[in-house]
Design a protein around this ligand. Structure first.
Ligand code: GLY
Ligand code: MN
Ligand code: MN
Length: 441
């Protein structure tokens, strides 16, 4: 069996055990989204669905029935069809699903209305991704209603409808060795793309040209897509947190903020680097940049098993606030400024998020209203920033329009952490010398 099929089988076994005999779990694939007329958006499988099945087709539904004699793992999918195979490529079909994907029992998706109610009969709990796919939620209600309508024949419908999120997302939060390998590969490709961006960037280029270099690197190294729309923002555009126009010219003397990462085999990477368009930081840029970098190092140091989720954020806020006072952007006592969130006009987002199959990955951040503790094999981003808006009249002119973020992907290990994206330069000297070398070449 292929390594990845073993991995999917292992996940299913664990999930089936958690669902438990007498219960059922049902998850639908992602749907094809129409772009216009006959054109579709590129298909991206639902991450929960893929996590359990490795099956990359739309119009599919997986059903887990622990203890079912004819097989616990049921898949509804498209039947193999010659014409479709000719026009858009072959689908696995029922036989392929059983042969290549470890499915116990495969049925045509067109028969789901006839078969699924039978699977729901006499089950106590129904687990499904409640609220994630509203049309499918409605179908599940309709099928359950059908079963309920036959109660006089002695069958019962599930009495409890439970979100599958908790079970599945707790699993997804703790990455297996296989997943960490995929994430390292995603990180490696993205690291190289960021280096490439530093090497090619010059004044008068357009943001989209740097963006294109990165996309080219992602795709020519086998990544299937970006993990999210890239942010390539020169100068004041770096102060727009979710800037994706990427269509402005890059000016000599400005910084360029790039937040870009590829998706490799359904795993995201998420890196931000900020560097000077002309290869040399000005004094003001240097001061703010070094402050963000110090905050990032302090935050990364807090990524330790047993620390809580908010420790890195608190460390970043402390360093940033202290530094802003030192540079004259804030005035007052540091503890009071932190308490009053005085840093928020310049640092308005959180220091990170879980990372995995989704860029903002699944998993709770709090348990019983308390920040959860970090555990080995969790992966998170650490991404402090400073954004001095162009119209920030309250600060010296030299700071205005500077936007900086530095973001790495960090794995929690048994002893501390491992930065998966450390290959992308972030020390001022390293960035400047990489860019100088590229200019000289
Ligand atoms: N690229 C999205 C984020 O950094 O959260
Ligand atoms: Mn990012
Ligand atoms: Mn991020």
């Amino acid at each position: 069996m292929l390594e990845e099929q073993k991995e999917f089988a292992r996940r299913r076994k664990q999930f089936l055990r958690m669902v438990g005999e007498g219960n059922i779990a049902i998850i639908a694939s992602a749907s094809i989204m129409q772009r216009n007329s006959d054109v579709e958006f590129p298909f991206r499988q639902n991450s929960d669905f893929f996590y359990l099945s490795g099956f990359d087709e739309p119009e599919s539904v997986i059903v887990f029935v622990p203890g079912r004699e004819q097989g616990e793992y049921v898949l509804f999918c498209r039947e193999f069809d010659e014409t479709t195979a000719l026009w858009v490529g072959a689908s696995a079909g029922l036989e392929g699903a059983v042969k290549d994907y470890g499915v116990d029992d495969a049925f045509p998706i067109d028969d789901i209305d006839d078969i699924l109610p039978g699977l729901l009969e006499n089950k106590s709990r129904l687990y499904f991704p409640m609220g994630a796919q509203s049309e499918f939620d409605q179908q599940l209600m309709d099928w359950s209603q059908q079963v309920r309508g036959r109660s006089r024949a002695g069958v019962s419908a599930p009495a409890e409808f439970i979100s599958s999120d908790h079970l599945l997302h707790e699993m997804r939060l703790i990455k297996s060795a296989f997943e960490i390998k995929q994430m390292k590969k995603a990180a490696k490709i993205s690291v190289m793309a960021h280096k490439k961006a530093m090497q090619v960037t010059k004044p008068k280029m357009f943001e989209y040209q740097v963006d294109a270099e990165m996309k080219h690197h992602f795709m020519s190294n086998g990544a299937q897509s970006e993990a999210y729309p890239s942010i390539v923002g020169g100068g004041k555009n770096g102060c727009v947190l979710h800037y994706t126009d990427n269509n402005a010219v890059l000016n000599d003397g400005d910084l360029l903020l790039i937040d870009a990462g590829c998706e490799w085999q359904k795993y995201a990477s998420d890196i931000t680097r900020t560097f000077p368009v002309n290869g040399v930081f000005s004094d003001a840029q240097k001061a703010l940049y070094q402050l963000v970098l110090d905050a990032q190092y302090a935050a990364i140091e807090q990524v330790q098993p047993g620390n809580h989720w908010n420790d890195p954020h608190e460390a970043a806020v402390k360093v940033l606030t202290k530094g802003l006072v030192k540079l004259g952007l804030l005035e007052g006592s540091v503890p009071t400024l932190i308490k009053n969130e005085a840093y928020k006009p310049y640092y308005m987002h959180r220091t990170g998020h879980w990372l995995g199959m989704d860029v903002h990955d699944v998993g709770d951040y709090k348990i019983d209203k308390q920040w959860r503790l970090l555990e080995p094999s969790m992966v998170l981003t650490v991404e402090p920033g400073l954004y001095i808006q162009p119209n920030a009249k309250e600060v010296d002119k030299k700071w205005r329009g500077i936007g900086i973020r530095i973001e790495d992907d960090v794995l929690v290990t048994k002893k501390g952490y491992e930065v998966l994206t450390s290959g992308a330069p972030k020390e001022i000297n390293d960035i400047e010398s990489l860019m100088e070398k590229a200019r000289g070449a």
